[in-house]
Design a protein around this ligand. Structure first.
Ligand SMILES: Cc1cc2nc3c(=O)[nH]c(=O)nc-3n(C[C@H](O)[C@H](O)[C@H](O)COP(=O)(O)OP(=O)(O)OC[C@H]3O[C@@H](n4cnc5c(N)ncnc54)[C@H](O)[C@@H]3O)c2cc1C
Length: 494
């Protein structure tokens, strides 16, 4: 019997994951990728003797006690990977004060109580509720599309967690900070992730050491998925940008590449940017009022400006992540304003910098991705000078707060939203698709489009909040959905 053929657009983690599981289940798949390497956003690059980490800070499921670990192991050998789990989530650096936010919740509580005994009740409530996240294990095994009655009953066990989530989902960092009397703790909490629920979620996993940094780095991590896909018999075409999806009688039947080449298949899967897929590859012919509304609203996860510095100096006494809190708002040319920013100091990972040297990355979130893309397109000189201005400002700040920077810089690399758009095609350079807040709404971003058969979308544009675990699961889920339609038992061979 001839195998069903599936074409997958995009070799990010989502596309590679779908490809692996479909191959394991007897489908003949081909991936068409615009870039010349796998991984999409999950990447890194060489620059003047340094290797720039372009993606992962923390990978959920990095510890065998997390249910995702078993799933990761279906495609990659997790036991062979090493993960760094920092003891400190953030060192908060104010002009004249510091605060260590430990990743261990008991230690964090002790530290907060020592500084602010007057805030005992609020501190204990925060830590207690954060620990409640640890008591419920999400089930990752089945797609949400299969949510049957037993599944719903199982979810009842999660009711206590639902109450905690409801309690914190609408509490902003600013509002929460006002509950504290101690001025230092108040200033720290103001800079927590907002809503506070997100801070709690990350802390709860860091405490259990279940979202570590894989020391092989993001690009090699992606290549493990590429290897698995090739081992399963898959076929990847690099430098093969898809420009149209061919439709016949409201059925997807093939793709057209930028150079005009056509390829046919029984099923087409888009594992790439949602807006491009719906409005360019499919000419906006398969939408609904909900889709139009959501794409018009454009409630996206931000993009980033990442400044990576290669410094001929060591910073052994510094933790991995430092939050520099600014005395006044810092505004950049795209209109974004910052009251703080994060610096990642890779002194705990080998291979990113030459010996006795350090790779540092400064990250600024921006929602104004189009500004950078247009600027780079229309006025390269201004694009360059604006990047230089930000680099100069931030280095001055780093020199004052950390020291040992100026005079020791031997590499500067700046990625802007224009970089993410050029290399991955993600709308406005969003690094995780739809905004995190959408995770808690009933998901309007479905894997199928109204009126179109034999076509699926997957990856971060149908899994709000994005992130590598989410898009990996999106690929696995899709393979299960396709198997079920074809009355095949979903199987996983390792
Ligand atoms: C700086 C940064 C930090 C991050 N930190 C974390 C983290 O710590 N933990 C975490 O879990 N997640 C993190 N993420 C998010 C995570 O990387 C993404 O959510 C995830 O990798 C998205 O995967 P994807 O496969 O859905 O999409 P993508 O990675 O965008 O893959 C889409 C692929 O499609 C290709 N493509 C686009 N258009 C076409 C076309 N027309 N034809 C053919 N191919 C095309 C692209 O080149 C790309 O390879 C981070 C991202 C960034 C950028």
């Amino acid at each position: 019997m001839n195998k069903k053929k599936v074409i997958i657009i995009g070799a990010g983690i989502a596309g590679l994951s779908a490809g692996c599981y479909l191959q394991m289940n007897g489908y003949e798949t081909e991936i068409f990728e615009a870039h010349n390497i796998p991984g999409g956003l999950c990447t890194g690059w060489n620059r003047k003797g340094y290797f720039i980490e372009g993606c992962i800070h923390g990978l959920l499921g990095s510890n065998p006690t997390h249910p995702l670990y078993k799933l990761w192991n279906e495609l990659i050998d997790m036991d062979k990977l090493e993960f760094v789990n920092p003891d400190i989530k953030h060192l908060y650096l104010f002009e004249d004060r510091k605060f260590t936010q430990y990743a261990n919740l008991d230690r964090l509580q002790k530290n907060m109580l020592e500084i602010a005994p007057e805030d005992k009740k609020t501190i204990e409530e925060f830590i207690r509720d954060t620990k409640k996240f640890q008591s419920f294990q999400m089930s990752y095994d089945k797609p949400k599309e299969f949510f049957d009655f037993p599944g719903k009953i199982k979810m009842l066990k999660a009711l206590p967690l639902v109450f905690v989530m409801k309690k914190w989902i609408n509490v902003s960092a600013e509002d929460f900070s006002n509950r504290f009397k101690n001025p230092l703790i108040q200033s720290v909490v103001k800079h927590f992730a907002s809503p506070i629920l997100f801070e709690m979620f990350v802390l709860s996993e860091m405490d259990l050491k279940r979202c570590g940094y894989p020391t092989i780095g993001s690009l090699k991590f992606s290549k493990l998925f590429e290897n698995k896909y090739l081992e399963c018999g898959g076929n990847i075409h690099y430098k093969s940008k898809v420009s149209k999806i061919i439709i016949e009688n409201d059925k997807a039947v093939g793709i057209i590449l930028r150079d005009g080449e056509q390829h046919d298949a029984n099923i087409i899967v888009s594992a790439t940017d949602g807006k491009t897929t719906i409005y360019d590859l499919l000419d906006g012919k398969y939408t609904s009022e909900t889709i139009k509304k959501e794409y018009k609203k454009a409630d996206l996860n931000p993009s980033k400006i990442q400044i990576s510095l290669g410094i001929s100096n060591t910073f052994d006494d510094w933790p991995h992540t430092v939050k520099i809190v600014l005395p006044s708002l810092y505004t950049i040319s795209d209109g974004s304003k910052y009251k703080s920013f994060d610096i990642l100091i890779y002194n705990d990972v080998e291979g990113l910098a030459p010996e006795n040297k350090t790779l540092m990355a400064i990250q600024l979130d921006t929602k104004n991705g189009e500004y950078w893309f247009t600027l780079r397109d229309k006025d390269k000189e201004k694009y360059r000078t604006e990047k230089e201005k930000i680099v100069e400002d931030l280095i001055n700040i780093l020199d004052r707060r950390i020291g040992g920077i100026t005079g020791n810089i031997e590499m500067i690399d700046v990625a802007t939203p224009a970089t993410y758009i050029r290399y991955t095609g993600n709308w406005r350079g969003s690094i995780q698709g739809w905004a995190n807040e959408n995770i808690f709404k009933s998901n309007p971003f479905k894997k199928e489009l109204p009126g179109l058969e034999n076509f699926f979308m997957m990856g971060q544009w149908v899994e709000p909040g994005g992130g590598i675990p989410n898009v990996f699961k999106s690929g696995r889920d899709l393979a299960q959905i396709i198997c079920k339609r074809d009355r095949k038992k979903f199987k996983v061979n390792q």
